[in-house]
Design a binder for this molecule. Structure first.
Ligand code: GRF
Length: 215
């Protein structure tokens, strides 16, 4: 099966990037990470990508207009031949102009069960709200904030003894499962978007492949 060319955008430690990379290597997900790019030149995730021998790009945003920075990121992705973009702790909001370049091919992971608790510190928001179950969501990125069609969710029970930090740690462990699962399903199963719903075909009598993917 043809390997999808994935570009990862990250701003920090990059544990979700590493989970994706590891799962692609181990599980044979038909993808290759052709670029890891960051707006933070000193992001630990970018250093790990370099150690892994991947192509990397540091594109600092400081002192640059939002549109100009985004254009540079887009150029780097396009020059690397990226087909799918995975946001992995990328702390910049993407404009609609960016998202339309990769229609339904930009993924994000968020540490709550969306649509609950979008935005920053989702784990702390959930903990303070007193929910008994939280989790993580992988979704297609649209023009809103953490608002696009949901691909995969995994739940995490909130325990009495939890702090925001302990809850975040258990959610992160589920993130590392959810993100590869979402990418794998999108690349290997037929799917469509109906309204807001990502629908994977329940009965798949045809071999999964790029040709059977919905656009
Ligand atoms: C994760 O919690 C992710 O859900 C959120 O940002 C965090 C990034 O962590 N979008 P890491 O850099 O992947 O370790």
């Amino acid at each position: 099966m043809k390997r999808a060319k994935v570009g990862v955008l990250l701003s920090g430690r990059g544990s979700n990037f590493l989970a994706l990379h590891g799962a692609i290597e181990r599980r044979g997900i038909p993808a290759s990470i052709v670029l890891a790019a960051s707006n933070q030149a000193d992001a630990p995730g970018l250093a790990r990508a370099r150690e892994l021998g991947l192509a990397t790009a540091a594109i600092p945003h400081r002192g640059m207009a939002r549109g100009e920075h985004e254009a540079q990121v887009l150029k780097a992705l396009q020059e690397a031949g990226v087909e799918w973009v995975c946001l992995a702790g990328y702390m910049r909001i993407l404009s609609p102009a960016f998202v339309v370049v990769f229609p339904r091919r930009v993924l994000n992971i968020h540490p709550s069960l969306l649509p609950a608790f979008p935005g920053l510190d989702a784990q702390g928001q959930a903990w303070r709200h007193g929910v008994k179950v939280s989790g993580c969501t992988v979704h297609l990125v649209d023009e809103g904030l953490d608002s696009g069609p949901i691909v995969v969710q995994r739940t995490v029970p909130v325990q009495e003894a939890d702090t925001p930090e302990s809850l975040a740690g258990r959610i992160l462990a589920e993130e590392h499962r959810a993100y590869p699962e979402a990418l794998e399903r999108l690349l290997t199963e037929p799917w469509t978007v109906e309204g807001r719903r990502v629908r994977f075909s329940e009965v798949d009598s045809e071999p999964a492949g790029a040709g059977s993917r919905a656009s």
